[in-house]
Design a protein around this ligand. Structure first.
Ligand code: TMP
Length: 237
């Protein structure tokens, strides 16, 4: 859906594990809330009771190895359809800001490039599950695969085998995932921002805020106090 038909603002963070998505999600939401905006931070898989159940299934290493990749697509898409209708769309319709950790880009990267499900199939089911909803901006935190895996393992304070979920795949899998994210960004430069995840956290946050500021300008967004007003560019974090 185009931005001018919607009052709210939908921002998605994408990238491999260990790229700092969660930190940047937090920093952006804090900046926007300081502006008084009504911000909802959510994630996929997850974001609703159904979505969180799907997340537990997908991220459980034992289960994951037995779930056919096409079923993975259907599971994340079912969770996404519920997420969009129950949480994301209503918040946007109220003029709120939704910041989501992962969305359709992850399905294209992991199940598409990683597990080699056709791009076209994922696009079709993506349109169906989101009911045509596209993010206003997708921020890709890009990082060398080896560095990302090291960061992700140290974050979880565990080793490769215990990392669970999708991490049991080899480096090639993760290289395909990274390349897919980069290629999605290249194909949609107007809606994607690629950030170098090795840059200082504050530099990345300020680049993201600059881009979000441009999107916010002139848009009707609701304040946390329930008022709706036209927003103007923001300064600083
Ligand atoms: P994260 O919360 O650390 O980002 O982990 C979520 C995992 O789920 C991550 O390994 C990517 C995976 N995932 C998919 O495989 N397909 C999807 O569509 C989504 C949203 C996530």
């Amino acid at each position: 859906m185009s931005a001018d038909r919607r009052k709210g603002l939908f921002i998605v963070f994408e990238g491999a594990e260990g790229t700092g998505k969660t930190t940047q999600t937090q920093l952006l939401s804090e900046s926007l809330r300081r502006r008084g905006l009504d911000v909802d931070v959510t994630r996929e898989p997850g974001g609703t009771p159904l979505g969180e159940q799907v997340r537990r299934l997908l991220l459980n290493q034992q289960e994951m190895q037995t779930i056919d990749p096409r079923v993975q697509v259907l599971m994340v898409s079912a969770a996404r359809a519920q997420h969009v209708s129950e949480r994301i769309r209503p918040k946007l319709d109220q003029g709120g800001v939704v910041i989501c950790d992962r969305f359709t880009g992850s399905t294209q990267a992991y199940q598409g490039a990683g597990f080699r499900i056709s791009r076209r199939d994922i696009e079709r089911i993506g349109e169906f599950s989101t009911d045509g909803l596209h993010p206003d901006l997708t921020v890709l935190l890009d990082l060398d695969v080896q560095d990302g895996l090291k960061r992700s393992l140290s974050d979880r304070d565990t080793d490769w085998e215990k990392a669970g979920g999708i991490n049991w795949h080899g480096i090639d899998f993760h290289e395909r995932v990274r390349e897919s994210f980069l290629s999605q960004a290249r194909d949609n430069m107007d809606q994607w921002l690629v950030a170098d995840a090795t840059a200082p956290v504050t530099t990345i946050a300020s680049d993201i805020l600059d881009r979000v500021s441009m999107l916010i300008e002139g848009r009707e967004l609701s304040q946390a106090n329930g008022l709706v007003q036209r927003s103007f560019p923001m300064g600083g974090t």
